[in-house]
Design a protein. Structure first.
Length: 311
DNA sequence: ATCCAGGCTCCTG
DNA sequence: CAGGAGCATGGA
């Protein structure tokens, strides 16, 4: 068996081909990397130095892409070296990356609004170019939110990793294994016991499987929710067992990129406000609403910048 | 040890 | 309908 016979097709023009992903001026690769590296247990992308690898899937076919900064507000996108080349074109990944890294939001109105704000002003200057890193896959966004309910973040990352490495597909390249988040179909028929063995609580196991079944059955989808609009999508999500206000808004923030999504009950948000405002206790929900009232329409970004202040 | 974690459901009164 | 117990584990 030959590995490099004359019948092996070689397409030089495809080798080393790269595409440019244009990003707005208000985009910071440093801030993006800071977010992407915040947990060593993260398994849905890999960061090596200032290079990001992520396994994507289109038409059921996985492909590894590599992202580097290109300068002039652009990223360089290539296929990851050492990985099987998918049949889909690299151009298919460009719009995904722009959505993932929030390249389509104009942050200038947010910055103008925050400019003279005593709380948000310093944060937007300190973390300028920070954008809401998305979770374009609805199932992933919901599972991640449910997983993170009421537990500390390191533990949540560990649970996610176990879930992904137990039920997701993967591909090895360059001595590293890259993972896809499981599809709803890949989780729908898993017994709750299997999730409990990964240290999910019995309750969370039920929540995750319930969401998986809804999506596998086509009763819940990103397209369907997008068609509903903000208020109706929220109502639909809240009707699902295991999804409360925090989870619904978290998903709308990370998956639907709704700038007015507002996970107001978030413990990290409370701690950030306490710290930024020098309070000796956490703010009440009423106080939070008052603090956020000037930022109407941009709550998700205000929350994201406040989260950033914690690390 | 005690309290808190990127909460939600379900049961009381 | 507000309030609180229970969930279950890890880190400070």
């Amino acid at each position: 068996m030959t590995t490099n016979g004359p019948d092996m097709p070689v397409i030089p023009s495809e080798e080393g081909k790269s595409l440019s992903v244009s990003m707005p001026e208000e985009f910071s690769w440093d801030e993006t990397l800071h977010y992407l590296t915040r947990s060593p247990a993260e398994c849905l992308h890999q960061v090596e130095g200032r290079t990001v690898y992520k396994l994507l899937e289109f038409q059921g076919e996985p492909g590894l892409v590599r992202l580097q900064e290109q300068g002039q507000g652009a990223l360089e996108l290539t296929f990851g070296e050492g990985a099987p080349r998918p049949s889909w074109p690299l151009s298919q990944a460009v719009s995904y990356i722009r959505e993932w890294l929030d390249g389509d939001t104009d942050l200038r109105p947010f910055y103008r609004m925050a400019e003279n704000d005593g709380l948000l002003g310093p944060l937007t200057r300190r973390y300028r170019g920070l954008r809401i890193i998305g979770a374009p896959d609805l199932f992933e966004a919901l599972c991640w939110a449910v997983t993170g309910q009421q537990i500390n973040l390191p533990f949540a990352y560990m649970l996610k990793r176990r879930l992904v490495e137990s039920f997701g597909r993967s591909l090895e390249a360059g001595g590293r294994r890259h993972w896809l988040f499981p599809q709803p179909e890949e989780l729908a028929d898993v017994p709750a016991e299997a999730l409990k063995a990964l240290q999910f609580t019995g309750r969370k196991a039920e929540y995750l499987l319930g969401i998986a079944r809804l999506m596998a059955d086509g009763e819940l989808s990103k397209e369907g929710l997008l068609a509903l609009g903000f208020a109706e999508a929220e109502r639909r999500l809240l009707a699902i067992r295991g999804i409360g206000a925090w989870t619904a808004h978290y998903a709308m923030m990370r998956c639907f990129r709704h700038p007015a999504a507002f996970p107001i009950g978030d413990a990290g948000l409370h701690n950030a406000l306490k710290q930024q405002l020098g309070l000796d206790r956490k703010p009440t929900e009423e106080e939070i609403r008052r603090i956020f009232s000037p930022w109407s329409g941009w709550e998700a970004y205000a929350v994201f910048y406040l989260w950033r202040s914690l690390t």
